[in-house]
Design a protein around this ligand. Structure first.
Ligand SMILES: [Zn+2]
Length: 89
């Protein structure tokens, strides 16, 4: 049985939705940093993969969770923008 944190998929989907509105770097390193930083602020939601597929939909989120998710993403973007770990040379 494979356990998946569905919050992870939701954070990635949401980042794709809002990344163009945010003035942030879109490289692999920054994306990964933003996602992991946001995930550390959010409550993980673990399911096994069969149920997981049904859950990984933005519509299934409660409005409060969406607010929490966006807040975590904005904070994460802000942090990564101030301290990017990608190669700048
Ligand atoms: Zn970058």
């Amino acid at each position: 049985m494979k356990i998946v944190n569905v919050t992870e998929g939701l954070v990635e989907q949401k980042l794709d939705e809002v990344i163009n509105m945010l003035d942030c770097c879109k490289c692999e390193q920054c994306r990964a940093d933003i996602i992991s930083c946001a995930l550390n602020k959010l409550t993980p939601k673990y399911v096994n993969t069969d149920i997981g597929k049904a859950y990984v939909k933005l519509d299934s989120m409660s409005p409060q969770f969406e607010v929490d998710l966006l807040t975590a993403l904005f904070e994460a973007v802000d942090k990564v923008k101030k301290n990017p770990r990608h190669h700048q040379d």
